[in-house]
Structure formats: C-alpha cells, structure tokens
Design a protein around this ligand. Structure first.
Ligand code: ADP
Ligand code: G6P
Length: 489
C-alpha cells in the first residue's frame, strides 16, 4: 500500500525497538514477509516510511538472516523500500531472559500495575542490561552528526544512559514509552527502579500517551531522587544537572488510509463472505473485539459481560454475535498460556450455554486477515468492545472509529485504556470488572437512538482524524526541534 512520503522530519533518524516492523519466514522454500501484530510497529512503520532513517530491531523471523546484507541490514517495506532495517540477533538465553524475562515478566506487568503477574529472577536483570548495551552500541554505530536517536518502549530502559555516556551531551535522545507508567507505589516494587529511572532520564525527551502517565513518572522521580527538581508547568525534570522534558503525545492512527481501505471492494467482499459463511443475518447486531491475547486486554471480562447480557436479555439470543479476532502473543510465558486457556474455556462455555443449531454467540476468527478485511470488519460491526483492564493507549479503538464511514457504529470503551482520555467523552464507557454494568452498557449502546450513536461517532471521528498519526509524529519532531533550538541558544 503506497504511503504518502512527506518531507523528512529529521535528518538521520535512528529508531530503536525490540519488535521489528517486518519479519521474514519460510513458506515451504519460499521466503515471505510478515508484519508482526502490535501497536508499536503498526504506528512506527508509517512514521519511518516518511522519515527514511534506520530502524534497529531484533531479527526474530526464521528467515531474517537470509535477506540481510553483510551488516545485517535490509531495506523495507520490501515492495517499496523507504528505510533501512538493521537487525540484531538474540541468542536463546537473551530471548528467554531479556525478552520473556525482564521485559515481559517484570516490566510489562509492573507498568500495567499487575503485581501478581511479576516473576523476577536476578539473571533476567543481568541479561536485560547486556541486551540494552548491545542495542545501545548498535544505535551509536548508526548516528551521523545531527541524528536523533529515538528509543521505543520498556525493552530499553537503560540504553539511553548508555548512549549518553558514549556520545555526550550533544546527542539528541528521545524515548517513547508505549505502555502505562504506574504510580510510584507500584513502580517501587521493581528491584531496579532507580537504575531504570536514571536510564530514562538520560533522554532529552520522554513521551507517554497521556498526561497521567507523565505525572506519575515525574512523581516517581521526585520520590526516588532527593535532588530531582521538577518544573510542573513545563514538565521538565532536572536530575544530575541535565534536563528531560516529559510530555504526553497520545498516539494516533492513519485515519485517512483506514477510511480508504475500509471503503474498498475487498473490505465489502470480506464482510459479505464472512457473514454468509458464519450464517450472520443482515439484521444481526455484530460486536467486534480485536486484540493480542494479553491479560491486560480484559478479554475474559468481556466474554463474561456478553454472557451476562444474553442472560438478562434473552431477546438478543440469535440476534447478537460477538466476533473475536484474537492473536496469540508471548506464548512461552505461563501467564499468557493461562489466559489463552481461560479465553477459550469462557468462549466455549458461552457458546455451549446459548448456542443453537444455527447461531453461536461468539465467533472466533483464527485465520490471518488482510488489512482491508480487518477494516471491513471494523466498518460493518455495530459496536466495538475495548475492555482493557490497563492499556497505554489502545489503537484498536481508534482504528475502529476511523473505519466508521457511515458514523453508524458505537465504541464501548474501558476507562482504563489511555485512549479514554481522548475519546472517553463520546464512547460508551465501561469498567471491565463491573460485569452487570458492562452488560447493561452493551444493551444501552445497541438500543440508543441511531442519532445519538451517530452524534457520538461523528465527534470521535473528528478527533481521530484531527490528531492522526501524522499529527502525532509532527508533534514529537517539532518538540525535538524546539529542544535543539533551546540548547543552541
Ligand atoms: P497492543 O499494542 O498492546 O497490541 P494496540 O491496540 O495499541 O495494542 O495495537 C494493536 C495493533 O495490532 C493494532 O494496529 C491492531 O489492528 C493490531 N492487532 C491487534 N490484534 C490483532 C489481531 N488479532 N489481528 C490483526 N491485527 C491485530
Ligand atoms: C505492545 C508493546 C510493544 C510490542 C507489542 C507486541 O504494543 O508496547 O512494544 O511490540 O505490544 O508485543 P511483542 O512482545 O510481540 O512485541
């Protein structure tokens, strides 16, 4: 899909993330390209296509090594190369201890305020440090005079300080933390809270999705370091002399492209075929959920609310279908295996309880969908259920809104998702744990007048279109430019 390449926002941009935007795998003897699922890569790839820099990431595809040059680089997107992907190889211990270990069994649950899911082992931390060092060195190798190094997410809490020590004060370092930042009371559970804060404070700019996460970060810094000075008006924090600007940038989606593809023939065709295959009638009420199978997304809570809804409103049996597009994620981790089990058991139970010969309340899509098909699903679903128990932002909510070409759909949204700060006034808000109210809100959403639904959707579409991915990116790069100007003064 061609993207509009605007002017490069910054010279020599170097992005550092764990997950790569394109991975290569074998299909028989043939090498095929996949696009991993997740908000970070979905959001950053269009940014890089416009900025044309280098993206440093873990090469984890089984055929990734086959397509790189001597320096482990490959130009992407494969069909229309716009930037360079520099792959870093991780060995089994690194994958186990840095990725599955410290990143996803310590920092991920910690930042999503789920202490019970934290599994900490000292070797996780050692390896996290080593891998941060490796990525920091790789980033340093990519810099040119005037480069911006832009770290992504919780996999790289230490790398900024390592790069700073190498390159000195002149280097421009930014970081976007895609997941929540918890309260200090939650964050101090982390055995390495101080080292991580210091690592992040080596950045010139540190971005979160919403203001609350910025405030919680700054409060943590103040609580942790006696000498830290926070200027609450500007969001600048001084620790060890050098300033870090901490600022919210609520991530957007490419709303124009989503709308265009949602209106494509392929989107229509997918929807028609899908309804026919599944026996979904024209006048059925269809709800959709699209997620990685992650315990932060509130998927069992959602299915339980649907069960309660069907209990309370038997008139919707046979009429209401929940379409679940879930993809497995981080499956080596016991908590994720447990969640996968819980989701399938809950879905099975609900389908067994209510299902009839020609109707199943929950339909799971297991095959891969093209983006056009996915956007078709969004477009024609009457409601989207986003029920995160914690979420940095949640791009699915924005994608759903962007695909509502007729403004006819409704968004049921947990106010524990970051995106609630931007769309919460017009979404149908829920608490995923409050099963009865969640079910009641589903009912209200369906029975509200079409005018009211349209009014809400129109407002949300305006917001999603106005602060889209380009606006997000411009906001970040303009902030970096103003920091450069200030330091030149
Ligand atoms: P996260 O980054 O935690 O996975 P987000 O909602 O912010 O959550 O972003 C998820 C991204 O991945 C969206 O662009 C969404 O379209 C895509 N995605 C998530 N789950 C699936 C799925 N099961 N199938 C296809 N795409 C998915
Ligand atoms: C979230 C994280 C990303 C991550 C994505 C997918 O969006 O913020 O950093 O890439 O989930 O998870 P995975 O572990 O597969 O990269």
């Amino acid at each position: 899909e061609p993207t509009d390449h605007g002017s490069a926002p910054t010279e020599g941009l170097v992005v550092v993330s764990n997950r790569e935007p394109y991975s290569h795998s074998y299909d028989g003897d043939e090498i095929v390209v996949d696009r991993p699922v997740g908000g970070l890569t979905a959001g950053l790839d269009p940014v890089m296509q416009r900025a044309a820099g280098t993206w440093v990431a873990w090469g984890d595809g089984e055929a990734d090594r086959e397509v790189v040059d001597d320096e482990d680089r490959v130009r992407v997107p494969p069909e229309d190369p716009a930037y360079t992907l520099k792959r870093i190889w991780l060995d089994d211990d690194e994958i186990d201890e840095y990725y599955y270990g410290y990143s996803n069994q310590v920092l991920w649950p910690l930042c999503h305020s789920d202490r019970g899911k934290i599994t900490y082992e000292p070797r996780f931390w050692e390896r996290y440090r080593e891998v941060n060092r490796r990525f920091a060195e790789a980033a340093v190798n990519e810099v040119e005079p005037g480069s911006l190094i832009w770290f992504q997410d919780y996999h790289f809490g230490l790398a900024p300080k390592m790069v700073r020590q190498e390159l000195g004060d002149d280097a421009m370092l930014a970081h976007f933390w895609h997941i929540p930042w918890p309260t200090w009371d939650d964050f101090r559970v982390c055995p390495q809270s101080e080292q991580l804060l210091e690592g992040l404070l080596a950045n010139d700019l540190l971005g979160f999705h919403v203001g609350r996460f910025c405030a919680q970060f700054l409060e943590g810094v103040q609580a942790c370091f006696g000498d830290a000075v926070v200027d609450w008006d500007s969001g600048v924090v001084y620790h060890d002399g050098s300033p870090t600007l901490v600022k919210p940038f609520p991530m957007g989606v490419d709303a124009e492209r989503i709308a265009r593809l949602a209106g494509s023939d392929e989107a229509d065709r997918f929807w028609r075929d899908f309804c026919e295959e599944q026996g979904i009638a024209d006048d059925a009420v269809v709800a959709v959920g699209v997620d990685r199978l992650d315990y932060t997304k509130g998927i069992p809570e959602r299915v339980r609310a649907i069960e309660y809804f069907l209990d309370e409103h038997p008139e919707y049996r046979g009429e209401f279908v929940y379409v679940q597009k879930a993809s497995e994620s981080r499956s080596e981790i016991p908590a994720y295996q447990e969640l996968q089990r819980e989701v399938s058991e809950t879905v099975e139970r609900v389908n067994d309880r209510f299902g009839t010969d020609d109707w199943r309340p929950v339909v799971s899509i297991t095959e891969r969908l093209s983006v056009r098909a996915l956007y078709g699903l969004y477009r024609y679903a009457d409601l989207a259920l986003v029920s995160s128990v914690r979420d940095g932002m949640n791009l699915v909510a924005e994608e759903y809104v962007a695909a509502q070409l007729d403004d006819a759909g409704a968004l049921v949204l947990s106010d524990f998702a970051g995106v609630d700060e931007t769309l919460g006034d017009y979404a149908y808000t829920i608490n995923p744990y409050a099963t009865e109210k969640f079910a009641d809100t589903i009912y209200r959403t369906i029975t509200d007048s079409p005018d009211e639904r349209r009014r809400r959707m129109r407002q949300m579409r305006q917001l999603v279109t106005a602060y889209d991915l380009d606006a997000w990116m411009d906001d970040i790069f303009e902030t970096v430019a103003s920091l450069r100007d200030e330091s030149a003064e």
